[in-house]
Design a protein around this ligand. Structure first.
Ligand SMILES: Cc1ncc(COP(=O)(O)O)c(C=O)c1O
Length: 379
């Protein structure tokens, strides 16, 4: 049994108190039991909450891989999932990881050498940031969506290879880089382009195949997750066969970790196939997003809105204000969470509102009213 308070951990109480004073302490939330679906998940197609497991067990699938896939954890569910992903995206291959976090740290750590340069958008997800740290390369963090800064960084003399890494649909801002220009800059300077399509796949682009597909851009590697639009857990890297083989050998978060649960892999494959086949869910999600944005614009709140698509950030500045607004919204039946530093830059605390295919037009209308009220009351 771990000891309660020890001298080694005594400093934590003071550190937690400081976080609380700064409005930055995260408390474990109560599970949401409100009548309306939450407005802060990444379950864009409503597949996570659709109660799928009950109706699709036509064969026995093991719950656990029991070992790393390199040792004894390999199951047919893994290959079936990876084949389905590669076929859907049109890539040579795909490799399943246990989370998007593991996929990004595994990919970047395996691909980038200490003598390389990584050009990374300032708002890239923590898993990309940590991948860059693990790679021990020189990292040039460029201002968000600043194409000129990317080009400048790439044109400086360097010892090794160069890599540009970016999200395609930014998780906290709902905005997008110009992928075609990034690809062109990479080609001009002999750099690789690594994209994270975590929030785009399943929802945005042709047949939900993401923003690279939409813009006709071929990245050198793509990360996607199974825990957002595909409603399960886990993730993948898609790319060439050689890359897959390299990751199988060198991605430490893959090699030294129990393989993705075969049960989850199997469920995620069927969710992905359904999402690819059936446009209704993503159309409903995108129509809901447009309705929410339109409603907030019409009631005079365009100033707080950012981006486009199903991630609808309402930027309100101070963390305490975002927390008060989230509490007010929850008390009025709309489940949103305040997003504060260090997740987002200081001064840009926000409500990150997300819509899904499960929201009804009444849910969206209620959100417009409650969020509009919260913006009026607290800003
Ligand atoms: C852009 C991005 N990449 C990766 C991840 C991590 O994915 P996962 O939740 O599957 O670990 C997230 C999760 O929030 C994300 O927003």
């Amino acid at each position: 049994v771990p000891r309660a308070t020890t001298p080694a951990l005594a400093h934590l109480a003071a550190a937690l108190h400081t976080l609380d004073e700064q409005g930055l302490l995260r408390r474990r939330p109560e599970p949401w039991t409100g009548a309306r679906p939450t407005f802060c998940s990444n379950d864009y197609l409503g597949l996570a909450s659709a109660g799928r497991a009950a109706n699709r067990r036509d064969r026995e699938v093991e719950s656990g891989a029991g070992a790393s896939r390199l040792v004894a954890g390999e199951r047919s569910a893994h290959a079936e999932l990876e084949t389905a992903i590669a076929r859907w995206l049109g890539s040579e291959g795909a490799l399943a990881f246990t989370s998007g976090y593991a996929a990004n740290v595994g990919l970047i750590g395996a691909l980038v050498s200490p003598s390389d340069l990584i050009v990374s958008d300032a708002l890239n997800h923590a898993s990309i940031v940590d991948g860059c740290r693990l790679a021990k390369a020189e990292v040039c963090v460029v201002p968000h969506l600043d194409q000129k800064a990317v080009e400048q960084a790439l044109s400086r003399p360097r010892r090794g290879r160069a890599w540009v890494v970016t999200e395609t649909y930014f998780s906290m801002d709902g905005d997008q880089p110009d992928l075609a220009r990034l690809r062109a800059a990479c080609d001009e300077h002999g750099a690789g382009l690594l994209v994270d399509e975590a929030h785009a796949l399943g929802v945005l682009g042709p047949a939900g195949r993401g923003l690279c597909a939409q813009t006709g851009v071929a990245p050198d590697a793509m990360t996607g997750t199974l825990g957002k639009a595909f409603g399960h857990q886990g993730a993948f890297v898609a790319g060439s066969e050689a890359l897959m083989e390299w990751l199988w050998n060198r991605a430490r978060s893959f090699v030294f970790s129990t393989g993705l649960s075969p049960l989850v892999a199997d469920g995620a494959r069927s969710a992905l196939e359904e999402a690819a086949r059936n446009p209704t869910l993503r159309e409903r999600c995108l129509a809901n997003a447009e309705r929410l944005r339109e409603g907030l614009r019409a009631s005079g709140h365009a100033w707080a809105l950012r981006g486009s698509g199903p991630i609808v950030p309402l930027i309100v500045g101070a963390p305490e204000r975002a927390v008060r607004m989230a509490t007010f919204a929850q008390e009025h039946g709309i489940h949103v969470q305040a997003i504060r530093p260090p997740t987002v830059p200081v001064g840009t605390s926000r409500l990150r509102v997300t819509v899904t295919a499960r929201h009804t037009s009444e849910d969206i209308a209620a959100a417009v009213t409650v969020l509009g009220d919260a913006l009026l009351r607290f800003t």
